[in-house]
Design a protein around this ligand. Structure first.
Ligand SMILES: O=P(O)(O)OC[C@@H](O)[C@@H](O)c1c[nH]c2ccccc12
Length: 250
């Protein structure tokens, strides 16, 4: 079985997201280790991008901090390499298409393979356009994570059938960032997905409180938290304590 998929077998997965090089190299390495030590089952590491169309203000600000620190793709790879000296926690990259394209799809995937990166989330690359990249994610044994949005309606089945690793269920329309309410459609949508695939489903977008994490984890196989964590890191608050609370609640 696919290595990412296996993680979800006996537990709900906690998938925190951090932006690479926000605010600097050492802090990012330390944050990855802290998350791994405090219940993260997969770490989603964002490669900063100049035009992050799916990102809300909190993550855009983090991208800017990373750019200020001088981030580039090779530096992100170096961050992972450094973290890999101390942890085997599964890591997936959140990357926009152009980053991988400019690096060269094959070179990018090869490097991911060398660093033991398990998957790629590429929010601006729809299923129909994934062929060129998929050739190399397949070759280097990296899961191409599919996103299913509330709007993907008639495409849900098609996307679910193509899924590998896990499915990223986008909780609601719009950009990343805290939300207070979640759609009643989430549960029926996940049920429809589960009729056609065994690939686990993790919900992301908007989750910040422990109660939300707990409630949404009951609908799915895992939860993804980005902006709340990025915000906490920016404010210098206790990442270990928050990660611990979330991972024990789900
Ligand atoms: O920040 P939120 O609302 O907790 O959502 C997770 C999200 O940040 C992370 O998975 C992510 C960051 N950038 C993205 C772009 C598209 C899809 C997902 C993402």
């Amino acid at each position: 079985m696919n290595k990412l998929q296996k993680i979800f077998e006996n537990k709900k997965a906690f998938i925190p997201f951090v932006v690479a090089d926000d605010p600097d190299f050492e802090t990012t390495v330390q944050n990855i280790l802290t998350l791994a030590d405090n219940g993260a089952n997969i770490v989603e590491l964002g490669i900063p991008f100049s035009d992050p169309v799916a990102d809300g203000p909190v993550i855009q600000a983090a991208d800017l901090r990373a750019f200020k620190a001088g981030v580039n793709v090779n530096l992100v790879f170096d961050i992972v390499e450094k973290a890999r000296e101390s942890t085997n926690v599964p890591i997936v990259f959140l990357t926009y298409t152009n980053i991988a394209f400019k690096f060269g799809y094959e070179a990018f995937c090869k490097k991911c393979h060398e660093l033991n990166i398990d998957g790629l989330v590429v929010p601006d690359l729809p299923l129909e356009e994934q062929g060129d990249l998929k050739k190399y994610t397949d070759k280097y044994n990296i899961s191409l994570i599919q996103l299913i949005a509330p709007t993907s309606d008639e495409r849900i089945i098609k996307i679910a059938k193509a899924a590998q690793g896990f499915i990223y269920m986008v909780s609601s329309m719009g950009v990343t960032g805290k939300r207070e309410d979640f759609s009643n459609e989430l549960s029926p949508t996940i049920k429809r997905i589960k009729e056609v695939t065994d690939v686990p489903v993790a919900i992301g977008f908007g989750i910040h409180s422990v109660q939300q994490a707990k409630d949404l984890s009951e609908l799915a196989d895992g939860i993804i938290i980005g902006s709340a964590i990025v915000d906490l890191i920016n404010k210098g608050e206790d990442l270990a304590e928050y990660a611990n609370k979330i991972s024990t609640a789900i």
